[in-house]
Ligand binder design. Sequence first.
Ligand code: HEC
Length: 149
Amino acid sequence: MIQKLRIIKTIIIIFVLSFTFSANAETVEEIIKGRKALFSKNYSTAKRVQALSSKGDFEKAKKLMLEMSENYKILINYFPDNTKEGFKTEALPIIWENKDEFNELMTKSSNDMIKLVSIIEDSEDIKASLGKMMWGNCKACHSKFRAPH
Ligand code: HEC
């Protein structure tokens, strides 16, 4: 009888513990730091895209463009309601007041990187194309949704 109770108790404890851990699989700190790291990575990738495209190394540049496009899709999920403040976030509250607009900008940024893949090689002005379809999107979003830094 005592043996049985012990087993039941153990099962309950394991159940409760696993539930608590899975509910907090990613803490607020991990999410905010995670999105900052991903934005920083996109920044260094964007600089490489610019350098490679200017050199005419389009194959490598295109691979990185697709990588950036995927990262934007991941970033959309990095702004849950409980990550509005803390951990030196520069995300502005207006993101959550205009979540549709914010997500649309993120999706547009992702789609533009795919468009860039298809036009970059035949582009008459590579710098202008990157400005319009890559850097322009950073600026459009930052000017409204990221704190001045
Ligand atoms: C749709 C919106 C959006 C787009 C597009 C966007 N960003 Fe950001 N970016 C943000 C937000 C919001 C933050 C603030 C994140 C935080 O601090 O929690 C940020 C932060 C950053 C940071 C700082 C990361 C850190 O360590 O604090 C860098 C660097 C950055 N972005 C670069 C870029 C570059 C380069 C592009 C374009 C190639 C870009 N971003 C496109 C919204 C965007």
